[in-house]
Design a protein around this ligand. Structure first.
Ligand code: SF4
Length: 63
C-alpha cells in the first residue's frame, strides 16, 4: 500500500466515472492505485490529452 491518501489521488484523476477502466469508477481506481493493484496507464481518459499536469502529479504521488 502506498503512503498516499485516496483523496489526493482522486484529486488528480478525471473524476468522470467514465467506466472504461476495470475499476469502473474513479474512486475505486484511486483505491486500486493506492494498493498497487492498478497502474496509472489503465486510466485511458487520463492519457487522452489535457491531463499532462495531473499525470505528473500522480506519478509523483505514486513514487
Ligand atoms: S478510466 Fe479513468 S476516468 Fe474513467 S472511471 Fe477509470 S479512473 Fe475514472
Amino acid at each position: 500500500m502506498k503512503n498516499v491518501s485516496l483523496f489526493d489521488l482522486l484529486d488528480y484523476l478525471p473524476r468522470t466515472d467514465c467506466g472504461t477502466c476495470v475499476s469502473g469508477n474513479c474512486t475505486e481506481f484511486a483505491r486500486r492505485l493506492q494498493s498497487e493493484e492498478a497502474t496509472l496507464d489503465e486510466c485511458k481518459r487520463l492519457f487522452a490529452g489535457g491531463y499532462e499536469e495531473e499525470i505528473e502529479e500522480l506519478k509523483d504521488l505514486l513514487k
